[in-house]
Design a protein around this ligand. Sequence first.
Ligand code: HEC
Length: 158
Amino acid sequence: MESVKYKHLEPFLLLALCVGCAAEPAVEEPIFPASAPSSWREVRDCRHSHEHELNHIRVLADDAAHDRYLNWDAPFPVGATLLKLEYDDAACSNLIRYTVMQKREAASDPERGDWRWQTVSPTREVLPSNTKSCVGCHTVHCKESEGTGFDLTCAEEL
Ligand code: HEC
C-alpha cells in the first residue's frame, strides 16, 4: 500500500531531476569560443613552462582580461578569460591541450578563487580537470604577497 501512496510523487521527483540536468548539462562546453586561439591577443609568447608538465606554452587573453593580466591594476571582471595553449615542441607548433581560467561572480566559488578552471583538447573536448590541483599550484606559485601573481594568475617570470 505504501508504494501506491507515494506513486503520485513520481512526476515531481522527475521534475526535480530534470531541473538538476538543466543546471549542469551532461556535456560540458569549452568556456572559450572556437575563434579565441586565432583572435585573442597574446600576453605571453612561446616559452618553456616551469609547470604544466614542462611543455611549451603561450597565453592569450580576451579583451576583459588583457590589461589586468599585464598590469595587475584592477580586479578581473566577471567573464574575463585567460587561455593557455600547451605544445610539445619548442616552436609552439604542435598543440596538445588548452587550460583555461574564467573569472566568476565574487564569492560564487571561494574554494577556487572565484575562477572556473578547465582543460580542453585541441579538438575542443572538455577533459577531466583536477581543479583542486590547479588552484593549489596557482596559490603556491602565483602569490600576490610575494609578487609572483595577481588573483591566482601567474607572473611573467617565476
Ligand atoms: C604544478 C603547478 C600548476 C598546476 C597544477 C596548474 N598550473 Fe596553471 N600555471 C602554472 C604556472 C607556473 C603558470 C605560469 C605560466 C607557466 O610557467 O606555465 C600557469 C599558468 C596558467 C594559465 C595562464 C594564466 C596565468 O595564470 O598566468 C592558465 C589559464 C592556467 N595556468 C590554467 C590552469 C588549469 C586550468 C589548471 C588545472 C587543470 C592548472 N593551470 C594547473 C602552474 C600550474
